[in-house]
Design a protein around this ligand. Structure first.
Ligand code: SAM
Length: 202
């Protein structure tokens, strides 16, 4: 059974009892940031993790871990927990992420400011479930600029989207990426497409 986002907090306590459907325990003001009311299925999480080349040296950075559906798969496969860095803007999720994933760095911040958390280390892969289509353009632009600063030609950028049509353009204006691989995961609500990119040669 898929969990609704987010059962961690109780920030919509005034929901009337007669209202049908799942209880949505997240601040409605964050709806654009969350982009979904159901967390990723284990099939989608596994596909995201399967794209990661764990043999590459460097950090594996997860943007928007939420309740940790994808983190769970990364955590199982990473050889050293210190290699994982989670960046999540939702303050209500941080304590639970830290509790679930001991030894992993959990940062409460926006992915726009990821450069300062990388602190010059190499990044092997960025695994993102950021809702890039619903975030404000200026936020997406800043995330692209930050990615450009931390990625090298071997760094993987792995993103899922609910738009199943093959992407004609890259997600970011500030960085040019080439798609390496794409796969649709049907066993998710809704079905999603996982895309893997690397920096385009300039
Ligand atoms: C669609 S949910 C995905 C949650 C989880 N990874 C999953 O797949 O079930 C998107 C997550 O991205 C987070 N998020 C949105 N904007 C962000 C930003 N600028 N920086 C970091 N996290 C962000 C949201 O708080 C939310 O947890």
């Amino acid at each position: 059974m898929a969990r609704t986002l987010y059962q961690a907090g109780n920030v919509w306590p005034d929901r009337p009892d007669w209202l049908p459907g799942a209880r949505l325990n997240f601040p409605l003001a964050r709806l654009r940031e969350i982009g979904s009311v159901v967390e990723s299925s284990r099939y989608l999480a596994r596909q995201m993790a399967q794209e990661v080349d764990f043999k590459q040296p460097g950090l594996i950075v997860e943007l928007g871990p939420g309740q940790g559906a994808i983190t769970h798969e990364l955590f199982k496969q990473v050889s050293n927990r210190k290699q994982l860095l989670l960046i999540e803007v939702g303050g209500e999720l941080i304590a639970e992420l830290k509790r679930q994933f001991r030894g992993v760095s959990v940062v409460h911040d926006s992915a726009e400011w990821l450069v300062k958390h990388i602190r010059g280390r190499r990044v092997a892969a960025v695994v993102s479930s950021l809702p890039l289509r619903s975030l404000p353009d200026k936020v997406v632009h800043r995330i692209g600029v930050a990615l450009r600063q931390v990625m090298d030609p071997q760094t993987q950028y792995i993103q899922f989207t609910y738009d199943l049509r093959p992407a004609k353009t890259a997600y970011f204006s500030g960085v040019s990426m080439e798609k390496q691989h794409s796969k649709i995961v049907w066993r998710n609500i809704p079905p999603a497409r996982v895309d893997t990119f690397r920096l385009a040669e300039e």
